[in-house]
Design a protein around this ligand. Sequence first.
Ligand SMILES: [Zn+2]
Length: 228
Amino acid sequence: MLNMGEYKTCQKEVLEASLWLSEHGFFGSLRGTGGNVSVRIEGKEAMAVTPSSVKYHEITPADICIVDLSGNLVEGDRAPSIEAGMHAAVYRERPDVKAVVHTHQTYGSVFALINQSVPALFDEVAFALGENIEVIPYALSGSPELAANVGNAVRNKANAYIIRNHGIIALGKNMDKALLATELLEKAAKTYCIALSTGIPIGGLPDDVLEMARGLREYEAAEAKKKD
Ligand SMILES: [Zn+2]
């Protein structure tokens, strides 16, 4: 039997998250695979990540690749996503992150095209994602340069980013939080986009709320580093 050993739970989690994102339209098309998902394998310097060029409803958990954080395939018969390097870069930089979601979702992608960050205008967004959803500079999909750009960006300890002319990346201390970050980013981008289109000035959150959100995320990152 293939891949049915110690990695099974992680593989199942990655496939279930991918199916959920696909069914809810986060991959930009219902038939495509405009995105990829991974989860960190604790204590192994490795991750379970979606394979390249497959329809997620046509595969089983055993098709989810196990890849080390240097990009070497540890277990599995399929080629890992071309964006596996981007996921590995996040895990190397951020011990607090246990799950990563990358998608081509519509409203996040609007800001990827206009090269504008999305400010946190709801307190739930500030606390969960960060005070600002920043734009990571463009590099070719799947390139080591894009992985390096993502690795540099995530040092600010936020949990969601826009990738210029490409899509978004969302992070979490577990898969549920990474999926929530993906949804919250889309809500933040959608409402901001519609609010901008009214031409009416948009009010921001008070400074003390933004300060509180920053403090919480720094505390969480420091706690994760202690345990690492
Ligand atoms: Zn992509």
